[in-house]
Design a protein. Sequence first.
Length: 345
Amino acid sequence: MQKTTGFFLILVLIMSAITACDNEISVAANWEEVVIVYGTLNPEQAKNYVRIQRAYLDESIAALSFSNTQDSLYYDSLDVKIEEYTNGKLTNVFTLSKVNGNDIGMPKDSGIFYSENNFLYELSDPIKASISVIDYDYKLIVRNPKTGHVCTGITRSLGKPEVSDPINDIYSNIAVNVQKDHTILFRYQEGKWVRSYSFVMDMRIEEYNINNPSVKIEKIVRWNMLTDLRTINLQGFNINKTNTQSANFFYSLAGALDVNPNVRRRLIDFDVKVYGISDDFNTYISVNKPSIGIVQKKPEYTNMTNALGLFTSRHIKTFKNQTFNATTLAQINLSDITKNLGFIE
């Protein structure tokens, strides 16, 4: 469902992603507690995190005057729990702990908004992936002990994909080629309740200057192999096949690396990540895409009750530390797009 608001809310999405009311909220309205929630549960992660903040409205004070104040963004204390339901039956209740993202490698970007602390709510219990005959639903319950305000959100966990080409759990066969219109076949079985998939490759590349070869730098270059592939349906287990152009591999390298005759580069290895997202996550992304029409005002999407934001699911399957195909280096040096980037054995 959607909610149209008449005020600007500053929303921060964790990674990286609103049941809503059907009323307009006025900037000049009386004070109302507005909770902002963002969380995406991933069965492949040992720990999952939920961001919970407050929206601030004050008729007499400009928003920027207190945007850098901790109390304006975060609650002093909240009771945060997640209930787990197995095929509709309550099977577990988990209590989330408040942590500082800055202390666990999840810093908040600096800027005009408060960033000295980055408070998150951590779920250390495992999320179970939905499978053929079992669905797992997770209900988030947030209660403010000072006001009694309660907000909730519910999401169903996603099933895992089974990728067979061009990479799988046994081998990788991603062979790019400079031949015009060359493509790479992707074949995979869709996970249950997934609405769309994206495939990305993160390439680790070592480089150094020939005038100072002992100083080596490692860089990560991302190739967006496939983006927003809609699944056949939400029931999963369908076999999907598609192709991507090899040329985009070379363009990704050229777009991230400068031509420098004094720089030499080596391929190290790469990771491939398969991102599956839920139906409401996909809707949220679609609603928030840049508008190209005359009407710039867009509805604000929420799947939360008594709050704004998004509590949803994704499934990220990762193939780590994969070896480049034996022909990759030769193809890089043959391509007009990348042959001047200084790649060597």
